[in-house]
Design a protein around this ligand. Sequence first.
Ligand code: CP3
Length: 354
Amino acid sequence: MAQLQNDVFLRALLRQPTPYTPIWIMRQAGRYLPEYNKTRSQAGSFLSLCKNPDLATEVTLQPLARFNLDAAILFSDILTIPDAMGLGLYFADGEGPKFERPLREEKQIQLLSAIEPEDQLKYVTDAVRSIKSALADRLPLIGFSGSPFTLACYMIEGKGGTDFHRVKKMAYERPDLFNKILQVTSASVIAYLNAQISAGADAVMIFDTWGGSLTSKAFKQFSQNNLTQICSSLTREVDGTVIPRVVFTKGGGQWLESLAETGADALGLDWSTDIATARSRVGDRVGLQGNMDPAILLTNPDVIQKEVGEILMGFGEGSGHVFNLGHGVSQFTPPENVLALVEAVHDQSPRYHR
Ligand code: CP3
């Protein structure tokens, strides 16, 4: 692997010294950017953007052309895995993702099998290769997947953001069946992330968006175990360079100590946890990535600068912090506020790295 011109993000994830705090933004390529909306309408839909490696490359690079970000993230979606398993992903306008054939019958579940990424999801690994070549070693590229639990939520409910009653009913009543879904999905996630690493991803992130909806006991049983299994099965090094892993359980603030034991190099933090408290709880076991409330980006540069100052001060001196939002950027964010955010992090952070 050629030396990256800017590897500050990778070093921060591994808690190595850096001259400043790196920043990237969840959903940095998205609907708040007019150029994204233009490419998306040319492609016809979000899914056709994801499935076309040239267009996926184009939109991945769009935020990097505007803002001095420290990492690129593959443009894709976590729901590519269940789509490849045959569930029929579609996006109904304004309603988020849905599946044509959610898992409802035992027979469907018994027939599920793990995906072969270089076969069914070759459009993703092709996009990784194409983005890597376009980046020309300027910045690291983040690959990603959903967690098995979060993917299972969509696969069973058929959509997101519900009360998860179908999922929880199955988990509590038929743990054998639910574990079958989790096992097949974990095997798929491992193969998928390792294929992204082979294609050139420099770091990987696992999005456990709905893990926080579980009880502490159910979280250990139905999400954390799989996160640990995945981390222990990921390619650790490519040509002597470590591939860091980030685990992000939204709403998982109360479980940071046990999440630090999953094998993650860094944990994503949503905005509900104070970052100073989080750091004192995980100590030097893992780095932290986060955790500004995305709603702050709906305000103005003064408010943004002040909030950045508080988060940087909260984390305090030394390395191990990657600045990010606590969840994806809102489509109603003025792009100039993202510019102000990136500049504020780069201007204010060097004093914590002397
Ligand atoms: O961060 C990035 O720029 C990389 C791209 C990325 C997308 N989705 C693009 C996207 C990533 C990392 C994801 C992950 C993802 N997808 C998650 C985990 C992170 C999280 O948000 O919790 C989840 C739960 C999904 C499933 C998903 N895809 C949802 C819930 C939605 C609807 C969101 C909305 O605001 O309507 C999507 C669609 C989606 N994924 C968009 C983008 C840019 C918007 C699609 C559009 O253009 O209409």
